[in-house]
Design a protein around this ligand. Sequence first.
Ligand SMILES: C[S@@+](CC[C@H](N)C(=O)[O-])C[C@H]1O[C@@H](n2cnc3c(N)ncnc32)[C@H](O)[C@@H]1O
Length: 197
Amino acid sequence: MPGEPEDAGAVDFSAVFGRVAPVEMEIGVGKGSFLLAAAVAQGHRNWFGLEIEPEYAEIVRLRAARAGLSNLRVERLDGKEFVMRRLSPGCLAGLHVYFPDPWPKKRHHKRRLVDTAWAEAAARALAPGCVLRVASDHEEYFALIDEVLSSEPLLEKLRPEEAGDWSTGSSYELKFKKTGRPIYKAVFRRRASGSGS
Ligand SMILES: C[S@@+](CC[C@H](N)C(=O)[O-])C[C@H]1O[C@@H](n2cnc3c(N)ncnc32)[C@H](O)[C@@H]1O
């Protein structure tokens, strides 16, 4: 896995972790606050993070090693390409995208993580019944994410009462909560039917 290109073929997560367990993935882990806490709280699951900035990927690796976490891996890879090319159908038990870079300038919109093709690939990678959680402080990008994911036939948006009151626990969420900045969140469940897998 380390050093592999994004198009190296479907990942065998049981080989990556050295055990068979449900795999949850986070894209854009930053310094890893969400992923590390999740790996501690849910040791029976494997937690796989992607981070495009090498220094952040290294920080999270060091923090995981210090905490003795064998159920957490982080790779310095692009989450867009990875989801489109490296995931076999139904391989994920959860997907987390917290505060993805909004790329506010119009000419940079193509760099954004979430678009229609990514949404379809992400939905196929989720096992039926499992969820994709997204959060952002950027109203316009969140509205687009919400629209794209709501339009994906393999996904079903949970109503607020189904999704419950949840927090990512990520560094960005904590930072924005302190300043009172609005945070937008949504949860999408992979439909059981029309799996296409
Ligand atoms: C705004 S930060 C949020 C970090 C963390 N999720 C949080 O909520 O605290 C976005 C992170 O996503 C990473 N990132 C941006 N584009 C990415 C991509 N295509 N694949 C993987 N990581 C990416 C950035 O390097 C950065 O660490």
